[in-house]
Write a protein of this length. Structure first.
Length: 114
């Protein structure tokens, strides 16, 4: 009897996570309709997605490595001094917005200059 209960624990946890995802999806839908005010504006990953990732990481070692890498990437800064190519910048002068794209050709010469 005890062995059967232990054997059913993981499938029951999986079904519980599926039920939780359905409830969370319903609450998000109601929140967009304005019926559940604390679910109106959510950002980031949902609770059920995180729970499914952790449930999968128990059985797959590569999933744990992927989750750790995702956490490390989220902690990294992404700005112009980090070594990444510079993003396009924009500025406004007298109500006119100018967008400046970085030089992707590798040389510093302006077009038409030699």
């Amino acid at each position: 009897m005890a062995v059967a209960l232990v054997g059913l624990a993981l499938p029951a946890l999986g079904l519980l996570l599926i039920g939780l995802a359905l409830i969370e999806g319903g609450l998000l839908w109601l929140g967009r309709r304005g019926l559940v005010p604390w679910f109106r504006e959510r950002s980031g990953r949902s609770f059920s997605a995180t729970a499914f990732d952790e449930y999968t990481a128990v059985f797959e070692g590569s999933k744990r490595i992927e989750l750790d890498h995702r956490d490390e990437v989220l902690m990294l800064r992404n700005d112009e001094t980090s070594g990444a190519p510079p993003a396009a910048s924009s500025f406004e002068v007298n109500g006119i917005t100018f967008s400046v794209e970085p030089n992707r050709s590798g040389d510093d010469a302006l077009p038409g200059e030699q």
